[in-house]
Write a new protein. Structure first.
Length: 334
């Protein structure tokens, strides 16, 4: 910018000098004197123009710190200098301006510095997240995940990782450099990017955290592994019951519904069968009132519900059927 201002000043000086000399020549009087006059006039005008440009530039530079939100956002939107954007992202007192500045940075070294700067105050976490979204170097993202002390930053960086071996490690064991909540979120982000079905199945079967094993189960699509989870009575009850929604082999579901030792598992398996005769029979005829009560939640046929509401000897069962007739979505599992 200084070079531009200098050029503008010189141009006006030259124009003034040339005009002065031309005037002296045209009137054939004191050409040197007129040239000096033109020089002084050009210098004066050039100085004024240079001052106006400088003032305008300085004003625009001050706008990122303006108390007027629109002015400061408009100002940062016009800035293209990567070093200037870096300075604003790191030092501006207004988070909204810093976030916009960070989103405009493309220089990977600058993005790395912002993302890894744990000294940035908590309010500036979103600035670091904006930087992480644009980082392409997997080594840098790995460094952030393993070494940063900010949970939100770690979660965002983990969601950008591609290294399956690292994702497996995070999904299975978590991290030691963040608290319980963000460690859980980081593991879920890692699970969402896993491709290894065996690892997902292991997490779904063995992890004690419901959010973790359900996240793994959602990513599981290998039918053999899903069936193994559904059939294995050593697995957590909720994990097995979740598996039924993904089992495609109806004969397997039928066998579980008829033979499993756990009544809750039998009901759930029957509920996910396409043929509703078995779950309907449970809801109407099972000797155990609790079984009938739970089975109702898988029944959608209004004529069946009306029959149960009218005839079941258990108040709880008949009342549940009446409630579902009044509000079909209230007691529905499938």
């Amino acid at each position: 910018m200084r070079k531009i201002i200098a050029v503008v000043f010189i141009v006006f000086v030259l124009i003034g000098t040339i005009v002065g000399i031309l005037i002296g020549i045209s009137i054939e009087q004191n050409i040197v004197g007129w040239g000096i006059t033109g020089f002084l006039f050009g210098s004066f005008i050039g100085s004024i123009i240079a001052m106006l440009i400088t003032k305008k530039v300085n004003e625009e530079r001050e706008y990122p710190e303006s108390e007027n939100k629109l002015k400061r956002l408009n100002a940062v939107a016009k800035i293209t200098s990567q070093s200037e954007l870096m300075k604003i992202a790191m030092k501006c007192k207004y988070a909204d301006v810093s976030i916009v500045a960070a989103s405009k940075i493309t220089d990977q070294s600058f993005l790395h510095k912002i993302a890894m700067n744990d000294k940035l105050i908590f309010e500036m976490t979103q600035v670091r997240i904006e930087a992480i979204k644009k980082i392409t170097d997997q080594a840098v993202l790995t460094e952030i995940v393993l070494n940063s002390g900010n949970g939100e930053v770690i979660v965002e960086a983990a969601s950008q990782l591609k290294d399956q071996s690292l994702l497996i490690e995070i999904a299975l064991t978590g991290l030691s450099n963040t608290d319980k909540i963000f460690n859980e979120l980081t593991r879920i982000r890692a699970i969402n990017k896993l491709k290894n079905q065996n690892v997902l199945a292991e997490i779904a079967r063995k992890d004690k955290n419901p959010r973790i094993y359900l996240a793994a189960f959602k990513k599981l699509n290998d039918q053999l592994l899903i069936v193994q989870i559904a059939q294995d009575n050593k697995n957590d009850l909720s994990t097995r019951m979740s598996a039924f929604s993904k089992v495609k082999d109806q004969s397997i579901l039928t066998n579980i519904a008829k033979e499993d030792s756990n009544k809750y598992v039998r009901i759930a398996a029957a509920g996910y069968l396409k043929d509703k005769s078995l779950i309907t029979n449970m809801a109407i005829n099972d000797e155990d009132s609790e079984t009938r009560l739970i089975a109702i939640q898988y029944v959608h046929d209004r004529s069946v519900l009306e029959k149960i509401a009218k005839n079941d000897i258990s108040f709880s069962v008949s009342n549940r059927a009446k409630e579902k007739l009044a509000n079909p979505n209230k007691w529905t599992l499938n």
